[in-house]
Design a protein around this ligand. Structure first.
Ligand SMILES: NC(=O)c1ccc[n+]([C@@H]2O[C@H](COP(=O)([O-])OP(=O)(O)OC[C@H]3O[C@@H](n4cnc5c(N)ncnc54)[C@H](O)[C@@H]3O)[C@@H](O)[C@H]2O)c1
Length: 255
């Protein structure tokens, strides 16, 4: 039980295919008590049903673009949990039209929205969570993708927002390290989720990875969940500011 007695917040469950839910399942299996958030009524029922399958879980509304909702989330967590040992960020968004054409056509508003939801949100959430992190320290984890450092066709503004998210991970790790708060990222290979299916040509990407990755297969969300449990646990107590690839090795390949 890597996370026995720990309390964590998992943001970004939309349905049972969400990477956030795979991480939640691994963390719960390892003994953690969890709180979840949902954005909007469309996913509230799903999140409440999934959370209801875990013992002593809590559910809070939180649209990360709304500072008031972020503040209310941590007020509620403070009352119910008292302390937070880890925070898992599995949130990203870009307007669909920004993922269709060329990157050079990115609008000012599309650029802003993608960065606000997908990168700045980590900073705001960590700031809000800080008073709840115990003196022994805590662990923060965010989800990223290879499009942050490689130009992946049609990933466009999401790649640039992921580059920003990865820089935020390093700066937060530097700020919070003295308080024993570790901040890391997992760079996952493609997984068929709601957000991923919004990327045009996503099934071609899955196929390409299967052919090219050293393990010659796609990854499963549970593999991200288990890697996350490691990073959240004291087994990773010496690891911070790191991006761990869980992509069947695809990122090491050349021609
Ligand atoms: N699926 C993949 O192939 C893949 C690969 C690498 C990284 N990722 C990353 O994993 C994370 C989780 O995505 P997923 O693939 O599980 O898809 P998903 O659609 O299941 O999850 C995305 C979540 O973001 C939430 N969200 C969007 N805007 C929000 C807002 N304003 N406030 C609060 N929540 C908001 C959605 O409600 C949803 O729960 C994302 O950061 C994504 O970029 C996914």
């Amino acid at each position: 039980m890597l996370l026995h007695g720990r309390q964590g917040l998992v943001l970004g469950v939309a349905n049972k295919r969400s990477i956030a839910w795979a991480i939640a399942q691994s963390a719960a299996r390892e003994g953690a008590r969890l709180a979840f958030t949902f954005q909007g009524e469309a996913v509230e029922k799903n999140v409440r049903e999934l959370a209801g399958t875990l013992r002593r879980s809590m559910v809070f509304p939180c649209d990360v673009t709304d500072d008031g909702q972020v503040a209310l989330l941590f007020d509620g967590l403070g009352r119910e949990f008292g302390r937070l040992d880890f925070l898992v960020h599995c949130i990203a968004f870009a307007n669909r039209k920004e993922l269709e054409g060329e990157f050079s056509q990115t609008s000012r508003d599309g650029f802003r929205v993608a960065h606000d939801v997908s990168a700045y949100s980590l900073v705001g959430l960590v700031r809000g969570a800080q008073p709840l992190f115990p003196p022994e320290g805590a662990s923060v984890l965010a989800m990223t993708y290879l499009g942050s450092t490689r130009a992946i066709p049609r990933y466009n503004i999401m790649g640039v927002a992921k580059a920003s998210l990865e820089a935020c991970i390093r700066y937060l790790a530097s700020d919070l390290g003295p308080k024993n708060v570790r901040v890391n990222g997992i760079s996952a290979g493609p997984i068929s989720t709601l957000a991923a299916r919004g990327i045009p040509g996503f099934t071609d990407i899955l196929h390409h990875y299967r052919q090219r990755a050293p393990l010659r297969r796609n990854i499963d969300a549970s593999e991200v969940g288990d890697a996350a449990a490691f990073l959240l646990s004291s087994y990773a107590r010496g690891v911070t500011g790191e991006i761990l690839f869980v992509d069947a090795g695809y990122h090491i390949t050349g021609v």
